[in-house]
Design a protein around this ligand. Structure first.
Ligand code: SF4
Ligand code: SF4
Length: 105
């Protein structure tokens, strides 16, 4: 096991030393609940994408036709590498298309 760095070797907190470095820090391990999008209920309003603080909601160029026959050009999906399970997306979704379910690892 390698030794942990001493406090003098740690970078200062709240300082971004390298733009875009957050992609290296996968935050999914914190999650106890995970969001699941019901593609048939989703009306593609993009509100979840707007509100997600990570952002862990991605817009995919994938057409989808709902069970009721509505054709969409995109789908919204969760990037489970970065989703923290905060539930904001489920709270903000106007049609309640996102369910928070227990994470099973
Ligand atoms: S649960 Fe939180 S982090 Fe995960 S997709 Fe929804 S808003 Fe983003
Ligand atoms: S907020 Fe709800 S309806 Fe809007 S894109 Fe997200 S999942 Fe779909």
């Amino acid at each position: 096991m390698s030794a942990l760095p001493g406090w003098r070797e740690l970078p200062r907190g709240a300082v971004i030393l390298e733009p875009g470095s957050s992609v290296r820090y996968k935050t999914a391990s914190w999650r106890v609940l995970k969001p699941v999008i019901d593609q048939d209920k989703c009306v593609r309003c993009r509100i979840c994408w707007t509100y997600c603080p990570e952002p862990a909601i991605v817009e995919l160029d994938q057409p989808y036709t709902s069970r009721s026959g509505k054709a969409y050009k995109v789908m919204y999906a969760i990037d489970y590498d970065y989703c923290k399970g905060c539930g904001i997306c489920a709270e903000e979704c106007p049609v309640k298309a996102i369910a928070m379910v227990e994470e099973v690892r």
